[in-house]
Design a protein around this ligand. Structure first.
Ligand code: ATP
Length: 292
């Protein structure tokens, strides 16, 4: 019996190791694609985030020295507030997120989290503090529960259940014959775009970071899927500082602050009613989307 058991046990071990290594490689490639040209300071401290206040102070940045993209940009997000960033394609919205993660160093100004300059803290501690829900979630070809657990590998079943509930996936999962053991298929192909994004939300929630960033999917979702994601984002935003690149104005309406970005500068800022009353770019966008 032991003769059979031991090799099988070993194979199980190899499989788990390989799967762990695969997740690591995925992460490494994801980071390499983002050109990690930045280095930790020799005496870099760990970031501590008791509150979750994010501030950009007169930040300027360009991917190349001769072409500035972000120009003297400032904003502050208070703890547990929601900031929505809107603007045309190429305005620099995703770049702001990359700067917050310190995938690049800025040319001038300062980005702070709870008062600490992010260029002075370790990149590891910075990235631990921020949960990210990208537009296109990478799902692994395994079960729903394992995909969520990638957010924090030592999470208990109870934690995973709670994350699924907050991401408004609990009812969906309950309806599946195999529940959360359901396989998602290669790259999550057996799930809709909205379900995949909610798995990413659950995964990010499990990490319990004090700051969450969302890059809202541009792909069209039906209105029910859109509502489910909205509710999930709002649930997150009640507990965590939330920054969202918004493509649908429904995400924006209840934000504490909206930045309208154009060519790397803040063209307008305010709440939805304030921006409508101002009658500028945002009000025009709003009218156009209403007519659609
Ligand atoms: P979208 O809504 O289309 O995602 P965005 O507002 O998020 O656009 P960014 O992705 O921040 O815009 O890009 C802003 C500008 O910077 C674009 O002109 C883009 O081509 C350029 N850019 C983005 N990433 C890089 C990079 N790694 N190297 C050089 N230029 C880049």
């Amino acid at each position: 019996m032991m003769q059979i058991f031991l090799p099988l046990n070993f194979l199980g071990f190899v499989y788990r190791e390989m799967k762990g290594a695969f997740a690591g490689i995925e992460r490494m490639f994801a980071l390499l694609r983002r050109a990690p040209a930045v280095q930790d300071k020799a005496d870099a401290l760990a970031l501590t985030v008791p509150e979750g206040r994010v501030s950009f102070e007169q930040v300027s940045f360009g991917y190349s020295p001769e072409r500035s993209l972000i120009d003297n940009l400032s904003f502050e997000v208070e703890p547990r507030q929601k900031l929505a960033i809107v603007g045309p394609s190429g305005a620099g919205k995703s770049t702001l997120f990359k700067l917050l993660f310190r995938f690049y160093d800025i040319q001038s100004g300062c980005i702070r989290i709870d008062g600490q300059d992010i260029s002075q803290v370790s990149q590891h501690s910075l990235r631990q503090a921020i949960g990210v829900v990208p537009q296109d979630t990478v799902l692994f070809n395994t079960s729903i529960v394992e995909n969520v657990r990638y957010g924090r590998v030592d999470a208990t079943d109870e934690d995973v259940r709670e994350a699924l509930r907050l991401a408004h996936l609990d009812e969906f999962v309950a309806r599946l014959p195999e529940g959360w053991d359901t396989q998602v298929g290669e790259r999550g192909l057996k799930l809709s775009g909205g379900e995949k994004q909610r798995i990413a939300i659950a995964r990010a929630l499990l990490k319990r970071p004090p700051i969450m960033v969302f890059d809202e999917a541009t792909s069209s979702l039906d209105s029910q899927a859109e509502r489910a994601i909205m509710t999930a984002i709002n649930e997150v935003a009640r507990h965590q500082t939330t920054l969202v690149i918004a493509h649908r104005l429904s995400t924006v309406v209840d934000a504490d602050q909206i930045l309208v970005l154009r060519e790397g500068q803040v063209a307008e800022r305010g709440t939805h009613p304030q921006l409508l009353a101002a009658g500028g770019v945002y009000a025009g966008l709003w009218r156009a989307q209403q007519q659609e």
